[in-house]
Write a protein that binds this ligand. Sequence first.
Ligand code: ARG
Length: 466
Amino acid sequence: MSIPNETNTNQQWGGRFAEGPSAIMQAINASIGFDAKMWRQDIRGSLAHAAMLAHVGIISADDEAAIRKGLADIAQEIEAGGFEWSEALEDVHMNIEARLTERIGEAGKRLHTARSRNDQVATDFRLWTRDAMDGLAAQMLDCVKALVARAEEHAGTIMPGYTHLQPAQPTTFGHHMLAYAEMLWRDRGRMLDARARLNECPLGSAALCGTGFPIDRHMTAQALGFDGPTRNSLDGVGSRDFAMEFLAAAAICATHLSRLAEEIVIWTNPSFGFVKLSDGLTTGSSIMPQKRNPDAAELVRGKTGRMNGNLMGLLTVVKGLSLTYAKDLQEDKEGVFDSAENLTLCLAATAAMVRDMQPNTARMAAAAGEGFSTATDLADWLVRELKLPFRDAHHVTGRLVAKAEGLGVDLPGLSLEEMREVEPRIDQSVFDVLTPAASVASRRSYGGTAPENVRAMVAEWKGRLA
Ligand code: ARG
């Protein structure tokens, strides 16, 4: 039996309405423009719900079979591009349910028993976000692999290490790559930690207070790959911290990628000339024929802005929202979709650039010796060999740097006599520590930059990644 509906009221909830929504009501209310993206999750959730309803005897086995067949047909329809999404039906949930009833009649109208769109959307969105997390975590792992491979190749490739972007101490390209491997590994861990907390099923929380029907929430939770049902129905429909955590993890990862991107921009600048990107990962200029622009790196850097914004957006939407569901929460999705899509691009572009970069080892080695970069090694020598307190050694070295600067030479360019004018006890062996190669080789403290450390760390990474 179908309920007559002579007016244009909403067929899913219009019973108590005499008229349909105004155009502006429909326009501001509809989410189908973006939530259709969750159609797979919606169908999956409905299949689990229907199977459970039949299992506990709330609907008949025949109805469940009809629902299952109907939803499978709808999935095909959507897949084939033949499904007509309607704004009047607001969202993905009502579009699919309406189509189901259109196709299978009465049984379709029983699907929404013991369920609300509130727990339905919370479930769909968790499923969608969980898939996104898995995909992104896999991409982060791929990036780590790319970085470790470059580190292995360049464990002994000397380059300048900077603080304040000023020459500080020589390091190696391999050590630098492994620094990012550490960050991206933590990013992946953060994403997987968030996934573990996300993985509870709100389905069956119903509108907000649960339901009087004898549903089996453990069954649906299990069918959908969750660790179990959420423990409080108000929390189940009203919380979005799983999405916040996703956005936070995405923003932090994007921020790390942005730093590497910034370095690639710097390194590819001809004044640095440390690395070259191939044609496939750069662009030219329509007016300046000589240009080779690192647009991919710039966009990785630039897209971080929106990902940080998406996190702020959701935090702001939920802040001050009384329990439980309010339509404000419909604003939770676009930022998450956007961050997922853009972080996917950024990770892919970064992995590609890391694999592609061709370091100019001669340029990097030359730059590593600039800016008195072995001054710390000189101070350490004074401490070790002349037993000067470090603070005094720092002062003596500062005077030697000033002297070299005055003479227009680097530290190894000072003669022994010139050095002795500052500190008479300095001997010839000081020159052994003043080259970038000696400097990096000496830094064997755990986590330090010495090529042998980097090689050992690469071996550790390979074990971890195997
Ligand atoms: N499209 C809605 C959303 O994304 C679904 C839930 C609607 N619930 C409601 N009580 N109107 O949040």
